[in-house]
Write a protein that binds this ligand. Structure first.
Ligand SMILES: O=C(O)c1cccc(C(=O)CC[C@H]2O[C@@H](n3cnc4c(=O)[nH]cnc43)[C@H](O)[C@@H]2O)c1
Length: 259
């Protein structure tokens, strides 16, 4: 038995979502969005783990964690949370990102239809080869398509400018037009670039769990221009996105598709 935000009791087990951000400012906005969606905040660190926030939303529950910047911190933090604070049925990487101009402008929200490791490989005389081409492992995780469409549809219905497309995970932020063009050519349709999604997805895959990645765009991918960053705007957009997602349906859809 679980409880709605209004105190009504509902049958069935609670479905649980783990949301992993890089920094605390992102986790705070995600938590604020979950509360705006009707969630009840519980100021608790499950099993003594610091920095986790728990928000109960009727028959769903979200745990929000800031795991650090970059794919290694994201993977380590996600794996620790899945092992120590689980079980979960869905994992979501969330935060701000750079947007590829043709797909996602500053302020837009992106739901990844592919989570790609964009710089995991080797440079060769013929150019870049990713680890799959080199014969090791994967550079791609695919979020459940129906869950991606459900999330994107809910965002659009709320009037939020939303793109779906591949989100690239990089260890080095792109800072030149040449690198942006190289990535766009290698990953046609790429919508955004960030630094954690693939790490979160690798950890989720180890636990047999589906993954989503949701990003709000703070800056264009391209020549470095700190004055052009709109981090505050992107954080507000992150809160707005997490205020309108249909959590229980999303978790059930993702679990059904991946199971
Ligand atoms: O120093 C720079 O030029 C620079 C430009 C953009 C972002 C940064 C960061 O250190 C932010 C890293 C943080 O935010 C996400 N993020 C936001 N924009 C981007 C981007 O264009 N490319 C990659 N990551 C981005 C990222 O997920 C990190 O969590 C520095």
């Amino acid at each position: 038995m679980s409880t709605t935000p209004h105190g009504e009791r509902q049958p069935g087990p609670t479905a649980r979502l783990l949301v992993v951000t890089a920094v605390q400012a992102e986790a705070d906005r995600v938590t604020a969005g979950l509360r705006a969606a009707g969630g009840e905040y519980h100021d608790e660190s499950p099993q003594g783990m610091d920095g986790h926030r728990v928000v109960r939303l009727g028959r769903a529950e979200a745990v929000v964690l800031a795991a650090g910047v970059g794919p290694a911190a994201a993977a380590a933090g996600t794996a620790a949370a899945l092992a120590l604070v689980g079980p979960f049925q869905l994992v979501c990487s969330a935060g701000i990102a750079g947007g590829f101009a043709e797909a996602a402008a500053v302020g837009a929200t992106v739901v990844a239809d592919a989570v790609l490791a964009a710089d995991l490989g080797a440079t060769t005389p013929d150019g870049f080869s990713d680890v799959t081409e080199l014969g090791f492992g994967t550079v791609r995780h695919t979020p459940p398509p129906a869950a991606v469409e459900l999330a994107a549809g809910a965002l659009r219905s709320a009037g939020i400018t939303t793109a779906t497309g591949p989100v690239l995970t990089v260890s080095t932020v792109t800072g030149t037009a040449a690198r942006a063009a190289e990535l766009a050519e290698r990953h046609p349709g790429a919508a955004a670039e960030a630094m954690e999604g693939f790490g979160v997805a690798e950890a989720a895959a180890r636990f047999g769990l589906p993954v989503l990645e949701l990003r709000t765009v703070s800056n264009p991918v391209g020549p470095r221009d700190r004055a052009a960053w709109r981090i505050g705007e992107a954080l507000v957009a992150l809160e707005q996105a997490f205020a309108v997602l249909p959590y229980r349906e999303l978790i059930d859809t993702a679990a059904k598709e991946s199971g």
